[in-house]
Write a protein that binds this ligand. Structure first.
Ligand code: GRF
Length: 232
């Protein structure tokens, strides 16, 4: 039986992993300024000391920690240290928001059912890097982003929700990335809110929404709310 990660506390404590700009993190930080918000970012963690995400955290008064992979002998040892630091802030949920290192299986398993990622494609299409470039090279007409639970396989865990973004004939990887990013922000926010409300949980390879096992991800609409996908 899947258990809601918010069952034990009123406010969902989240730790965010980010390697760079941190615009998705900023969306969460902005939302939690509202007293009614049911989640709190209680730590931001990075593999890059110069990541703008760390600065955004500090400005918001959130503890920010960077560990340098070069200081550790292996990926495994780095992830143990990183997740020991994450454990110390006692998060209910870990959010990977632009974290550019592939996590070790052990790290993912440590937070099984309590770790999500935002990925800039309509998974299972285009896992991995350079998604926007690959979408354009394929001549695809629709692109988007996905929020999914992590499992020990790259960009492969059960998808909670997606947002679709039209590809324009004159798009460049940069213009397409910018349009997708704009929609990533409400997508991630709605997913974290839904988890904080206890509406969304992972059960193995499935996502349960409002006590119902899902066969397809929810879709973010133009109204910035999550909806059932229309039958096709
Ligand atoms: C986003 O496109 C996210 O989907 C991907 O990396 C980018 C991070 O952007 N994983 P930001 O650091 O949140 O601005």
């Amino acid at each position: 039986m899947a258990m809601s990660v918010s069952a034990l506390r009123e406010t969902l404590r989240i730790a965010v992993l980010a390697s760079g700009r941190g615009s998705n993190l900023q969306t969460l930080l902005d939302a939690q300024r509202d007293d009614a918000c049911r989640f709190r970012t209680i730590g931001v963690f990075s593999d890059r000391a110069q990541a703008l995400a760390l600065e955004r955290a500090r400005i918001a008064g959130v503890p920010a920690i960077a560990l340098n992979p070069a200081d550790f002998a292996t990926r495994e040892v780095f992830d143990v240290a990183l997740f020991d630091a994450i454990d110390a802030v006692r998060p209910d949920l870990v959010v990977c928001a632009g974290y550019l290192r592939v996590l070790t299986d052990a790290a993912v398993q440590r937070y099984a059912g309590r770790i999500i990622n935002i990925h800039p494609s309509l998974l299972p299409l285009y896992p991995g890097l350079r998604t926007h470039t690959r979408v354009l090279a394929d001549g695809a007409s629709v692109h988007g982003a996905s929020v999914h639970y992590l499992i020990p396989a790259l960009d492969a865990g059960p998808v909670i929700a997606q947002v679709r973004v039209a590809v324009h004939a004159d798009d460049t990887p940069a213009s397409l990335a910018a349009r997708v990013l704009e929609r990533e922000h409400p997508l991630l926010l709605r997913c974290v809110e839904a988890i904080a409300a206890g509406r969304v949980v992972q059960d193995g390879s499935d996502v349960i929404v409002d006590s119902r096992r899902r066969s397809r991800p929810l879709l973010l609409g133009d109204d910035d709310q999550l909806h059932e996908p229309a039958d096709t």
